[in-house]
Design a binder for this molecule. Structure first.
Ligand code: NAI
Length: 214
């Protein structure tokens, strides 16, 4: 759905788009696109296509990006600082409003206009906020203890950069991000040139659904 949404953003100069045109932009077959969209409802007019404005609006609702999400970020090292400085998050409706760290030298400092708060106050601060998504950018050894604090604070979704699996209860979603995994996939395709390509001409192979972890 996000790939379709991005393709629609690139097609804004036209009013209507057909599933064949969407197919050219995304690499998915027109039949697959129609099937995917039908799963969520009746969009578009047969023989005419989809009104870009309406479908964009619908997809935003389906993806949950028709609103602004408050996000808490824990770990203000290299990764945390790079993420909070990234304008794309806010532009897409993910507003980082809370920063936490355990390093006394960092606590109280400002980053991207936000004060870095003490991890000891995380529960109280997050409970008093609307944040339900957290980004975890702490070392692997601290990941589970910070996760436990986030869970107690009411966080329901975690984007985990730490190179370790974190355990969460049912009803909480974790997405693990690991650049080395992705680079390994690329190196695999370099040494196994006959393997199924993952590049743009085969988008389905390069897109995996988020992994709900119980
Ligand atoms: P870093 O060492 O620069 O920053 C880690 C920060 O976490 C520090 O500010 C530290 O004070 C803070 N911290 C440590 N324990 C804490 C705790 N209990 N509570 C709150 N804050 C705590 O590390 P860097 O380079 O920013 O990496 C952060 C994490 O992201 C690491 O786990 C690293 O392995 C991972 N990483 C993941 C990548 C990926 O592709 N997923 C790429 C690069 C790093």
């Amino acid at each position: 759905m996000f790939i379709y949404y991005r393709a629609l953003l690139e097609s804004r100069e036209t009013e209507v788009i057909s599933s064949e045109e969407l197919s050219q932009l995304t690499g998915f077959s027109a039949a697959q696109i129609r099937k995917d969209l039908t799963y969520f409802g009746q969009f578009g007019t047969p023989g005419r296509g989809y009104t870009i404005k309406d479908l964009t609006h619908q997809l935003k609702g389906i993806l949950g990006i028709d609103r602004e999400w408050e996000v808490a970020l824990v770990g203000m090292g290299n990764m945390g600082r790079a993420l909070v400085a990234y304008e794309g998050l806010k532009n897409q409706g993910f507003n980082v409003t809370q920063l936490f760290d355990s390093d006394p030298k960092k606590i109280g400092m400002f980053c991207a206009g936000l004060k870095i708060k003490n991890i000891d106050n995380l529960k109280e601060e997050i409970r008093n906020s609307a944040a339900r998504i957290a980004i975890l950018a702490v070392p692997a050894g601290a990941a589970q203890s910070v996760t436990n604090l986030l869970l107690e604070a009411g966080i329901k979704a975690i984007l985990n950069f730490a190179p370790t699996r974190i355990i969460v209860p049912d009803g909480v979603n974790v997405l693990n991000i690991d650049i080395t995994n992705e680079l390994t996939r690329l190196s695999y395709y370099l040494v196994q040139p006959d393997a199924l390509k993952i590049a743009d001409d085969n988008p389905a192979a390069g897109t995996e659904s988020p992994e709900p972890i119980a």
